[in-house]
Design a protein around this ligand. Structure first.
Ligand code: HEC
Length: 114
């Protein structure tokens, strides 16, 4: 019986410690998605050459100011079906969800530059 009690209290202690650790982790701020850290590379990979200055003739998004100004339109367009008018990336397959999520996260984080 004593053995069982010891085990039970050990288990309880373990659970408490585990939960403390878990909640600490949950409240720690998740890293923000920034233009310099993430968006710039995603745009270079998926929106070139059309939206890269000196390469394409569409509005360049390889600069922070333009990207920030147009983030709503970018998200709206990359969320469309490829057959919809205005869909981006133009004449390309739809972006993977994880890539679209980078644009959305950047907006949700307040479009920080770095
Ligand atoms: C193959 C060339 C091409 C690629 C790649 C491309 N676009 Fe475009 N983009 C266009 C064209 C052409 C237009 C103008 C036609 C229109 O408005 O639908 C345009 C227009 C836009 C506009 C409206 C503002 C403007 O420049 O007129 C946004 C926002 C946009 N694209 C976002 C994107 C994003 C975000 C990507 C990458 C995920 C992307 N595009 C990739 C060709 C491209």
């Amino acid at each position: 019986m004593k053995k069982v009690l010891t085990f039970a209290s050990l288990l309880a202690t373990a659970v408490i410690f585990y939960n403390c650790h878990g909640s600490k982790k949950a409240t720690a701020a998740a890293p923000k998605t920034t233009y310099d850290g993430s968006l710039k590379a995603v745009i270079a990979a998926n929106c070139s050459p059309c939206h890269i200055a000196g390469q394409g003739n569409k509005k360049p998004y390889d600069n922070y100011t333009n990207a920030k100004a147009d983030i709503d339109d970018m998200i709206r367009r990359i969320d469309m079906n490829p057959t919809d008018r205005g869909f981006m990336p133009f004449k390309h397959p739809k972006l993977p969800d994880a890539t679209i999520a980078v644009f959305k996260k950047w907006k949700a984080d307040g479009t920080p530059e770095n």
